[in-house]
Design a binder for this molecule. Structure first.
Ligand SMILES: Cc1cc2nc3c(=O)[nH]c(=O)nc-3n(C[C@H](O)[C@H](O)[C@H](O)COP(=O)(O)OP(=O)(O)OC[C@H]3O[C@@H](n4cnc5c(N)ncnc54)[C@H](O)[C@@H]3O)c2cc1C
Length: 382
């Protein structure tokens, strides 16, 4: 087995680093402090530069504006774009990593023609309306109701913890179209413009940032049937497809590694490197980062061989979450209470075991799919 990068991959990474330095500036400090409009403009401008250089949708098929790049190129891009100061693409990573691919797989010709060129040019942004107050891990119990009325669906209900609504033009929305099918069989996906009458977005003040989350409420909101993605009551297949991409779309280990490097410098500066507890925790964090990297690479390798999604993505995801959590523990030891503020971002690390499907649910899926243990009695996200 050859663990080395090819010469082409090394040259690609070097060119990508040059591009990122030129596009963002060598001392990029993230989009902190920008209001939503300025943040959207800055992330949009960066995405358009990525699109011009062929990076934004490099992994998409050429027919949809992509570059047919192999999965290892996507892995290198995820690593290089990982920054201690945040995601320079803003929420655009979701469009590129899973919303676009879901539209390619399940979209009508009109939907493909409308959305895919706009996503691949960096001109459009989605938010993701999955979770509800009583449907998070058990997503299949969602209750937001859509009733067919002529050529429209009439939607009533609410979502919670929805990220990126302040900058999104579209909502990727899960609704219940068949109330008699209590679980996954009665669910449908709608693509909804954020300015649709009947859609009200309430902000949720949260621990990770004041406008990080929202609570979209739908009151008799009319959505054309033409905006349905995939068949009526066939939304679960779309969700499963999308979530399989979402799990390892971001190189969590690289974000954790960047934080860890900063913490090691901080430990040196504070004279803490003689403290065995600090050294042991830094070593444990490094081990967790490397374990996650190898498990992510395993999934990339499976993809490169054309394998469909397997439980390996869940395993990699759990390892990425563990890396975040051990790095947060190291931050706690080195920075004390300051670890939760400033550029440490370890507040975000605490959410890693919840977002995109809680760790316990990932572990359930590993138990049932990998170890062939009986399914748990309570429903899970997938
Ligand atoms: C940073 C962040 C961003 C997010 N962005 C979005 C977004 O853009 N759109 C969106 O739709 N949602 C978003 N979410 C919501 C996220 O998907 C949910 O928080 C997650 O699915 C868990 O659901 P819940 O919060 O309702 O917790 P619950 O499902 O109530 O779970 C609470 C606890 O119980 C445990 N638990 C639940 N069921 C089981 C079980 N069967 N077995 C073992 N343990 C179990 C969980 O692991 C967890 O620890 C975001 C969350 C975070 C933290």
């Amino acid at each position: 087995m050859d663990f080395d990068w090819t010469e082409d991959d090394i040259a690609y990474r070097a060119a990508l680093r040059r591009f990122l330095r030129d596009a963002l500036g060598a001392d990029w400090q993230g989009y902190k402090g920008l209001n939503p409009a300025a943040y959207k403009a800055a992330a949009g401008e960066f995405c358009r530069k990525m699109a011009e250089h062929g990076y934004l949708t490099q992994s998409w098929p050429k027919e949809y504006g992509g570059g047919d790049a192999p999965p290892w190129r996507a892995a290198i891009l995820s690593e290089e774009i990982g920054s201690p100061h945040g995601e320079p693409r803003g929420s655009q990573y979701m469009n590129v990593n899973w919303i676009g691919p879901a539209i390619m797989q399940f979209g009508s010709p009109d939907q493909k023609a409308f959305f895919l060129p706009r996503i691949s040019a960096g001109d459009i942004t989605f938010s993701q309306g999955f979770s509800e107050p009583d449907a998070g891990s058990d997503l299949a119990s969602l209750r937001t109701r859509a009733v067919r009325d002529g050529n429209d669906y009439v939607v009533n209900g609410e979502k919670i913890w929805t990220s990126h609504t302040a900058i999104a033009e579209w909502l990727f929305l899960l609704v219940r179209t068949d109330p008699d099918e209590k679980r996954s069989k009665g669910i449908t996906v709608l693509l909804v413009p954020m300015d649709t009458p009947g859609l009200k977005v309430n902000q949720v003040l949260g621990f990770v940032g004041e406008s990080a989350f929202s609570n979209p409420v739908f009151t008799d909101m009319r959505v054309p049937v033409a905006n349905r993605l995939g068949p009526e009551n066939g939304g679960w297949a779309v969700v499963r497809y999308a979530l399989a991409f979402e799990r390892i779309g971001v190189a969590h280990y690289r974000h954790a590694e960047n934080q860890l490097n900063g913490l090691a410098r901080e430990a040196n500066a504070r004279g803490l490197t003689d403290d065995p507890a600090v050294l042991a925790k830094l070593g444990e964090a490094w081990e967790a980062v490397e374990a996650a990297r190898l498990l992510y690479f395993r999934v990339v390798d499976l993809r490169a061989q054309g394998s469909p999604p397997t439980a390996d993505s869940n395993i990699a995801r759990v390892a990425g979450t563990r890396a975040y959590q051990v790095v947060a523990e190291a931050a706690d030891l080195i920075l004390g209470e300051y670890s939760l503020g400033g550029s440490g971002r370890s507040r975000f690390n605490l959410t890693a075991g919840i977002t995109s499907g809680a760790t316990e649910i990932q572990l359930d899926q590993i138990a049932t799919r990998h170890l062939n243990l009986p399914r748990p009695a309570v429903g899970a996200r997938d």
